[in-house]
Design a protein around this ligand. Structure first.
Ligand SMILES: [Zn+2]
Length: 129
């Protein structure tokens, strides 16, 4: 005599297995990767001059003389990339509202969405614990 399980399987019923669960796992994994990209550390390495500067920002420019996108102010001025191509205000210089372009007008920092936590000045270190 067959067991109930065998009878059910023969009738076309399958144990509910996990194509759905696998999809959900994949979905979560993708989301974590996206968040890691968004929350990546502040960039301060100029791809043009290969130096670290506190005023590196992302430029989506169409300047054919460079493929660099994360560029310091000095290089952006030298390459004559207008500030209108700037995508970020993430550098220390921007956060301190000291970001200023020599070439053309400087966009207002209010045009950029800056995470509020990074705009806060760091408080004095309290040695008393
Ligand atoms: Zn540079």
């Amino acid at each position: 005599m067959k067991s109930l399980k065998d009878q059910l399987l023969q009738a076309g019923l399958r144990p509910t297995q996990s194509p759905k669960a696998a999809n959900e796992r994949e979905h979560i994994k993708k989301k974590q990767i996206t968040e890691a990209v968004i929350h990546q550390e502040q960039r301060n390495f100029c791809e043009e001059c290969q130096q670290v500067y506190p005023d590196v920002e992302l430029y989506h420019h169409r300047n054919p003389t460079t493929e660099a996108e994360w560029i310091c102010v000095k290089c952006a001025d030298r390459l004559k990339i207008p500030d209108s191509f700037r995508q970020t205000a993430q550098s220390d210089t921007s956060i301190k509202k000291m970001f200023r372009r020599e070439h053309g007008a400087t966009r207002s920092s209010s045009e950029f969405k800056t995470p509020s936590h990074s705009a806060k000045p760091r408080g004095p270190i309290n040695g008393n614990r």
